[in-house]
Design a protein around this ligand. Structure first.
Ligand SMILES: [Zn+2]
Length: 389
């Protein structure tokens, strides 16, 4: 048996085991979720919360809820789950290069793919999640005419996902970003995302080409997007993607290196410059806790470091960091440095299923229950004012 066949055989066995014992953890193994291969063969029965999975009493006001202390847990950092034909369309788009071709997918096909995703949310006590594109599959290094069509298709499928499950999903759109084009080229799609499709924000990639040739996030290159985001009250989720830096080739999943570098750099640029003076109502959420921790948190910003005071006071209404962090000590320090008011709950479920982030935050000894509710519920709703739950 070839390796690929064996992989799918294992997938079937996991699905079968899950069906027999009623465990969505077994039915949807982390490996399969992480690989994104969990769509077409999934049974359709897992489209709602599994009543056989008991709610964790310490989180819940009632045993029928996935809530945390009676408040809905809102995850701002999820990634879309789709049938394989979705990425197949992207492959055809990039090879045949005929962007007029249409992409069609039935609700039933998409719902089959979303079943395991919903199971994962239920298992992790998450009530509502914002789905965004898979950053590694945005292909923003492509030519603008290909990239534009791909953004359109992606946003349509995100809208289809939220229409199927409006009580569980909201959407964060994909922009046709291209390092060679002005960001004003993204504005029509940004408008369409919010005004026509009902998305609550958009994702921005600070390095769309992967070549580090795009101006820094403080540059006026970005100002058309900032103006539009402020006008629409639609936050920007700052999430990097792949890097073409030849020095990282030997590292598996090396887009993670780009996350660390690009997110930390963006944090420094926003704090050290006047972006939020120019756009006082602009809201930016930097993923993965801001990429990295600083060893200079109590320094003055003029030293070139993200001072704790600056983030917690001056940028209270502008700059946020999600909790998509899988290490207890990193999480504890990240929240201490950035402050509870800047922390918004995020997991990236859809692209990965690793640590139980709700549990990680619940175990933080420095935070009160009120602080944790801020992270899970109040802060996400303060940032994403278009979310209705
Ligand atoms: Zn992510």
């Amino acid at each position: 048996m070839k390796a690929v066949q064996f992989f799918f055989y294992l997938h079937s066995v996991f699905d079968w085991l899950g069906t027999v014992v009623g465990s969505p953890i077994i039915a949807r193994s982390p490996l399969l979720l992480a690989c994104g291969i969990h769509s077409s063969s999934a049974p359709t029965a897992h489209l709602t919360a599994d009543p056989t999975v008991p709610c964790k009493p310490k989180y819940c006001a009632s045993e029928e809820s996935t809530m945390y202390q009676g408040q809905k847990v809102i995850d701002v950092h999820g990634h879309m789950t789709t049938p394989a034909k979705f990425r197949g369309f992207a492959m055809n788009l990039m090879t045949i290069r005929s962007p007029r071709n249409r992409f069609e997918m039935s609700d039933e096909e998409l719902d089959r793919a979303l079943g395991p995703h919903l199971d994962a949310l239920d298992t992790r006590n998450i009530d509502f999640q914002l789905l965004s594109p898979r950053p590694v599959a945005m292909f923003q290094w492509e030519s603008p005419h290909i990239q534009g069509q791909w953004a359109t298709v992606t946003n349509d499928v995100l809208a289809q996902s939220t229409r199927l499950h409006p009580d569980r999903f909201g959407a964060v759109g994909q922009l046709p970003q291209n390092s060679k084009a002005d960001t004003s080229a993204c504005l029509d799609e940004f408008d369409r995302c919010v005004k026509e499709l009902g998305h609550v924000g958009v994702l921005i990639n600070p390095d769309p080409s992967g070549e580090r040739d795009t101006p820094g996030v403080d540059d006026r290159y970005w100002y058309p997007l900032y103006e539009k985001a402020q006008e629409l009250d639609a936050p920007l989720l700052l999430h990097p993607s792949v890097s073409k830096d030849p020095r990282v080739r030997a590292i598996p999943h090396n887009y993670q290196i780009n996350n660390v570098w690009e997110e930390y750099l963006a944090t420094l640029l926003y704090i050290a410059t006047d972006v939020f003076k120019d756009f006082p109502r602009l809201k930016v959420v930097i993923c993965h806790g801001g990429g990295a921790l600083s060893r200079h948190v109590d320094s003055d910003i003029r030293d070139g470091h993200p001072a704790r005071r600056e983030i917690q006071e001056r940028f209270r209404d502008n700059l946020f960091f999600d909790t998509c962090v899988y290490d207890f000590d990193f999480m504890r320090t990240m929240v201490a440095h950035k402050g509870v008011d800047a922390a918004v709950f995020g997991t990236e479920i859809g692209a990965a299923l690793r640590t139980d982030v709700v549990d990680l935050i619940d175990r933080l000894p420095d935070l009160s229950t009120e602080d944790k509710i801020k992270i899970f519920n109040t802060n996400p709703l303060r940032v994403y004012t278009r979310v209705e739950v």
